[in-house]
Design a binder for this molecule. Structure first.
Ligand code: GLP
Length: 244
């Protein structure tokens, strides 16, 4: 906590300054998911404000969904929304979020075309030197970063990656390239410092590395995706059946 973060010298109401400071600590991971916050009285002393100010700040963060107030137990940092994805159904991130009442978003890191690397050409079945569109973005659920996704799509299916602002699958479908089937490999990993910064979490946190190869009904591969999903925010669920 920065005791100087709240000051009556600034124009913003004190409770908003306090809420802003706490929000930064929560989002930056300095106060961890599910941690209890100090008691109202302690916060009031630390920031030299009244308990009413503390209460208003905590209430506004609770309304934003960042805090949970539990009767008799105190105030806790909310866990990020945990999303479950059935493994056997081919869906887009946007659809996964919609079906849970969450809003999908993207922060774009790269949306360019280039020559396929030899590795990409081999996997996508392209000739050496063929062009691909690269889409690299942070995927958000209600504004919370959930995953970093790197999609590579042959340019003949998507000549202009700038045409994708929301759902990639919607744009592909609109052009008549319907993602029909995918193979997906999940492996356990931990986040590098760069990835953790992009996902607003701690370096070394557990994550799922997912590689997806998506095919068209004609059998051609339409995308190669490598992504990292936050381990504390995503569950993949699979149904098992007795083999016939
Ligand atoms: C999921 C898949 C990605 C796919 C993406 C498309 O996240 N793992 O392989 O590229 O959905 O999502 P959207 O259509 O929302 O861009």
């Amino acid at each position: 906590f920065d005791n100087q973060a709240v000051s009556s010298a600034r124009a913003l109401p004190l409770y908003m300054q306090l809420a802003q400071h706490l929000r930064q600590l929560i989002i930056g991971g300095a106060i961890n998911d599910r941690d209890a916050l100090p008691a109202e009285r302690d916060l009031a002393e630390r920031f030299s404000v009244s308990r009413v100010t503390v209460r208003k700040a905590l209430q506004s963060l609770t309304d934003e969904g960042l805090l949970q107030q539990r009767q008799g137990a105190g105030t806790f940092v909310s866990a990020p929304p945990r999303v479950e994805q059935p493994l056997s159904v081919l869906t887009s991130f946007t659809e996964d979020m919609q079906s849970r009442g969450l809003t999908a978003g993207s922060v774009w890191l790269d949306r360019t075309t280039g020559t396929a690397s030899s590795d990409e050409a081999l996997i996508l079945g392209l000739s050496l030197g063929e062009r691909v569109s690269r889409l690299r973005r942070i995927r958000l659920a209600n504004g919370v970063p959930m995953a970093i996704e790197n999609s590579v799509v042959p340019s003949r299916f998507l000549p202009d990656p700038g045409a994708v602002s929301g759902s990639l699958y919607d744009v592909l479908r609109a052009r008549g390239h319907i993602p029909h089937r995918a193979l997906q490999r999940l492996s356990a990993t931990s986040l590098t410092e760069d990835q953790a910064r992009l996902l607003d979490t701690q370096p070394g946190s557990p994550a799922l590395h997912i590689e997806r190869r998506t095919f068209l009904p004609t059998g051609g591969m339409v995308e190669l995706v490598r992504s990292s999903y936050r381990g504390d925010a995503y569950d993949f669920v699979v149904e098992l059946q007795l083999s016939a």
